[in-house]
Design a protein around this ligand. Structure first.
Ligand SMILES: [Zn+2]
Length: 490
């Protein structure tokens, strides 16, 4: 018997933060796509030590970190790793029509290393750029292998067409640039996938654009001009299903990037410190901008590593959004780059060449120069660089500012508590100044009420039941699938 309708299988990200992986099958269009192909990073880091790698795709499947394709109606989902080593990708054909990647956080894309190279990967132009920068600046391994992927890039405003199935990607604001939500016009109604988003970031208008685009498809939204009226027939009364992120549905802090800036400025009132060690997610460009702005304003230096510099240089390059050019690695002379020995990697060579060709080579310092640093600098560190304080002139007094990503999400490898403890023993007090990449409870609730879907599936949350309790007695039906469970739309 021919299966009809639309089926969603939740392979990751349900009842957990991250590792989003949803198989959407539209049997009318004969389409099978994945919404994100992430790996649960917290679980991954619990199992594997830093720099430790799984031995095979099989191992990851066994551990539940990658979906078990045999249980699905999916053919040849994974890369044949043995044959791919010689870079000849003669992959057997698959029945997967695409993977949509919402944004470049590992818990949404990290599974791509393992997929069959004939599967088209749909993602934003800049999203791919960040994934590539990440790839190029890390060691090639089974988990970091993006060779030969078939990228299909989009920007907001584009409409994807996969065998007649229309998908509208729209930018949203998140703690990383190039995050998208998707409006998928299935044969059984519109399915919206939010990806990760927030309303309190500097680009919150992007999330509003997503909401407006969703509403444009509803028949109770009047068309602005006459030419739009032929589109009326395509409109629907309600969004069929919303897959919505819910990281912070149960608990919120009133916060914003502006607060981060204001709080940081508070530290400069009667500031007894000569330097600040700071820790935040490298890819959080908003945070880098805030810290760098304050450093510049007070005439302080801002020290980053070569790898950071390479990343930001890639982000600055040929970018259309002004915000992605600020801070500017080449032009911002208060940014100092800590170099690491002789050139070992291609990315290292690239950033050095670029800086020297722009006559900015004087902005490099080496490990040996750290002891000569004078009062007035931010030093951007990871937990692996905590011993940097032993290299700083002992007469200088500093403080540590933790401005990290949210626990359990994305690349939460570093243990802040260990760091605070370590610094305390060195007479360095710790501060926490942060704003999250995820929407606060009231913003999530307002977003869901505005979309007003027939069905709501919370994802990327440890508190899915909260949604059921909250929307109980409303016209929104909350469905909470277990991992590997399906939902059929008819
Ligand atoms: Zn994210």
């Amino acid at each position: 018997m021919k299966t009809t309708g639309v089926r969603l299988t939740f392979l990751g990200g349900v009842n957990e933060v991250g590792g989003n992986n949803v198989l959407l099958e539209d049997f009318e269009y004969d389409v099978k796509i994945f919404l994100d192909f992430g790996i649960n990073i917290k679980k991954f880091n619990d199992i594997f030590e830093k720099f430790e790698e799984p031995s095979s795709i099989k191992e990851l499947i066994k551990l539940g970190l990658l979906p078990k394709a045999e249980d699905l109606s999916v053919k040849n989902l994974y890369l044949n790793y043995k044959t791919s080593k010689d870079k000849k990708f003669q992959e057997p054909s698959t029945n997967i029509d695409g993977i949509l990647v919402s944004h470049p956080h590992k818990d949404h894309f990290y599974g791509l290393s393992f997929t069959n190279r004939t599967i088209p990967i749909y993602t934003g132009v800049f999203t791919k750029k960040i994934i590539s920068a990440y790839y190029k600046s890390s060691r090639h391994s089974i988990c970091n292998n993006y060779d030969g992927l078939d990228w299909r890039l989009f920007r907001t405003g584009d409409v994807l067409d996969i065998k007649g199935l229309e998908i509208v990607p729209v930018h949203v604001d998140h703690s990383i640039p190039a995050a998208y939500g998707f409006i998928i016009k299935t044969s059984k109604g519109i399915v919206v996938y939010s990806g990760d988003f927030r309303m309190h970031g500097p680009l919150s208008n992007m999330t509003q654009d997503f909401l407006l685009e969703i509403k444009k498809n509803l028949s109770n939204t009047p068309s602005k001009d006459l030419s739009d009226q032929d589109l009326e027939k395509d409109k629907t009364d309600r969004i069929k299903l919303l897959i919505c992120e819910g990281t912070h549905i149960n608990r919120g802090t009133i916060e914003s990037e502006e607060f981060v800036e204001q709080n940081l400025e508070q530290l400069f009132v009667d500031n007894p410190f000569d330097f600040f060690l700071v820790k935040y997610d490298r890819l959080n460009l908003d945070r880098f901008r805030t810290f760098s702005f304050i450093a510049k304003k007070y005439g302080w230096k801002f020290i980053i590593t070569e790898k950071d510099a390479y990343f930001y240089y890639v982000m600055n390059k040929d970018e259309i959004y002004a915000s992605m050019k600020d801070p500017n690695i080449i032009d911002d002379d208060h940014i100092i780059i800590l170099s690491w020995g002789n050139v070992k990697y291609r990315w290292q060579e690239k950033i050095r060449q670029k800086m020297y060709s722009e006559h900015k080579g004087y902005r490099f310092i080496t490990q040996r120069d750290i002891k000569d640093l004078q009062k007035g600098f931010f030093f951007c560190i990871t937990s692996l660089q905590k011993d940097i304080i032993e290299k700083i002139n002992q007469n200088l007094k500093g403080a540590f500012i933790s401005s990290s990503i949210d626990p359990y999400t994305e690349e939460y490898l570093d243990n802040n508590r260990t760091l605070n403890h370590y610094f305390r023993k060195h007479g360095i007090p710790s501060y926490k100044i942060h704003a999250s990449g995820h929407a606060m409870p009231h913003h999530l609730i307002n977003f869901i009420n505005s979309v007003n879907p027939e069905y709501l599936v919370p994802i990327h949350t440890e508190h899915p039941l909260f949604f059921r309790d909250y929307f109980d007695n409303s016209e929104i039906n909350v469905i909470i699938p277990n991992k590997n469970e399906t939902i059929d739309l008819s």
